[in-house]
Every structure is written in C-alpha cells, then in structure tokens.
Design a protein. Structure first.
Length: 133
C-alpha cells in the first residue's frame, strides 16, 4: 500500500497545482476573477493538506477524507476550470477524470484509503499550529 500512498499524494498535488495555477491566472481577468479566487484557495488548500492537516479540517471538511468526497470535490473543481481555451479544457478534463476515478475507488473494497486521507496521518496539534503561523 505504501507505493499507492505515493501515487495518491502525487495525484492530489497535481490536482492542487492545476487548480491553483488556473486560479492565479484567472485573477487577471475580470470575467473569471471570483471563480479564480475560489480555485486559488482550493488549489492551495489541496496542496497544503498533503503535508499538514489543521485540526478543524476533519470537522468542517470531512469530505476530503474519503474517495467519494474528494472525487466529487475534484469533479466540481474540474468543471470550474473548464472554459475559454483548449488548455483550460484539457486541464479541467484531467481533474474531472481524477475525480471520477476517486469516486469509483470508494466502491472498490480492496483499495484502502491512503495515509494522506486519514486524519491521524499528519495532524497538527493545537500548540503546533501557532508555531507555524
């Protein structure tokens, strides 16, 4: 399972980077500015969650700790990315496909939830959070 953990982490980082990059690029277009803010925030959050999980994440974003929840979230992000040009369509399509794959993995019992989907994998303690900030 350890080799799959690395694959899931790489895929999540890819989705986070794609989302954050298109969010940043969208900030310079008035038509996509507000969606870009969401994309940038969600993309950066996905990347950061691969390294540290803030204590309240389980309470307020528990959907990120299951294949189905994360899959549906990635599908939403993919559709927010898709518009305007071929590169955005391709990037959004990749994120949607990853979201569909994650959603399907929820219903395959032989696939275990990876370590980075477990809240106890790398949670910050309450006193550690203030040290980072």
């Amino acid at each position: 399972m350890s080799d799959l953990n690395g694959i899931f982490k790489a895929v999540n980082l890819l989705v986070g980077l794609i989302t954050a990059i298109w969010g940043f690029i969208g900030l310079f277009n008035l038509r996509t500015f507000f969606i870009a803010i969401y994309l940038l925030a969600f993309g950066v959050s996905i990347v950061l969650l691969e390294f540290q999980i803030p204590p309240l994440t389980q309470q307020y974003a528990s959907f990120l700790f299951s294949f189905l929840g994360r899959g549906v979230f990635y599908i939403l992000l993919g559709f927010l990315i898709i518009h305007d040009n071929v590169l955005r369509y391709l990037s959004g399509f990749i994120v949607v496909i990853i979201g569909i794959a994650y959603s399907i993995l929820e219903f395959i019992p032989s696939v275990e939830v990876p370590d980075n989907f477990r809240i106890d994998a790398h949670v910050l303690a309450d006193d550690e959070e203030s040290e980072i900030i």
